[in-house]
Design a protein around this ligand. Sequence first.
Ligand code: BGC
Length: 454
Amino acid sequence: MPDPLPPDFRWGVATSAYQIEGATTADGRGPSIWDTFTHDGDHVADGTTGDVACDHYRRYREDVALLADLGVNAYRFSLAWPRIQPSGTGVGNPDGLAFYDRLVDSLLERGIDPVATLYHWDLPLTLQAAGGWTARETAYRFADYAAIVSAALGDRVRLWITLNEPAIHTIYGHFWGMHAPGLQLFDDPFPVAHHQLLGHGLAVAALRADSAAPVAIANNYSPAWAVGPDGERGSATDEDRAAADAYDAFHNRLYTDPLLLCRYPDGLHGFSGADRLAGENDLVRPGDLATISTWLDALGVNYYNPAGIGAPSWPGPLPYDMRLIEGFPTTYFGWPVVPDGLRDLLVSLRQRYAHVLPDMYVTESGCSYEDVPGPDGIFEDEDRIAYLSGHVDAVRAAVAAGVPVRGYFVWSLLDNFEWTEGFTKRFGLVHVDFATQRRTPKASYAWYRALIRA
Ligand code: BGC
């Protein structure tokens, strides 16, 4: 018998607005940083954009039917901020709100809990022009937006998620610049992190003004594995372990310590600009940490794989090198498949944040594989089934060890626009033919349905 899960466990799938909706100019939606980023220059592997994506904005009924048939009791989606506030400020756009209104109602009609993420990286372009997340004002604009959404949907959304993965948005979007808005703030990425966290804290209060639903954030956790140059943990040196600690502070703890412990983590001294997080100043102002650590109902955990880390081999902007981890199968993305890493992560969060750790949800877990159809047109994605099955077992093991995990969301329902990879990496339980928009459930969809039923 597998380890039991709580009876009200949420089995879900997750998506995000820019990755599936398309219809980027419909009904008054304004431009976001991802619209311009995908249209300008050479940022996406296959030269595609999210202009059409899965055309979910027009086909959402079909997609809700797929959710119902799958049997999930929760669906995590994100709202496109530029649909609600086309220029990032001012009153809500009724047509934009109406779309999410219809979506939420059609989910509830089928007994599926709407889990709404406010921000999955699609900042209104006008706000970027005013500094984006480098500007403190953006945190206040985010709270205004949260208030509008809460007033419109707060009676029906069952779980709120403020931000998706502020770590990835900071590091990929504002440090390496391979994601929108394409900035390379090597000397001081920390205002971007701090202002997102501040925006989160302000949004928690704004959401609660009109909604009794619990509030969470979805963080990306990438457990730091010190490995030697051969990718093995056994050959890691003390320098590699020190580098792994630095990575852990920068990628993981930076976005959890302030939320749960009301302080920024130690271990950031190797990063340019981090001294500004150490006390109060023009960046971290009096009261900010209290706002950021406003009580959270739940913590969302997005987990894909551990990160192999070694001592820096060149005087680059970061005090660590990323190294390949050897000895594990890999996904089509090349990411190591380490289901036990999820169990260890959940248990370690429980240990680190013992008394203050709220309920947890695995808000993303999934993998990309090539997904070639068989002669009968069926996608027998056994690799994905093995991946998901291993990760569900890891959640069961964590729950058995006393970790309060309340739900698991597969990334993703549909193959979709995978950021810089365009349409070349498929994560869906449902195959999408992007030329025809035909949806075809894969074997993993049937597997997940059977798991949920059981
Ligand atoms: C993001 C998703 C993305 C997935 C796979 C997560 O970091 O939240 O938007 O598609 O990873 O790369």
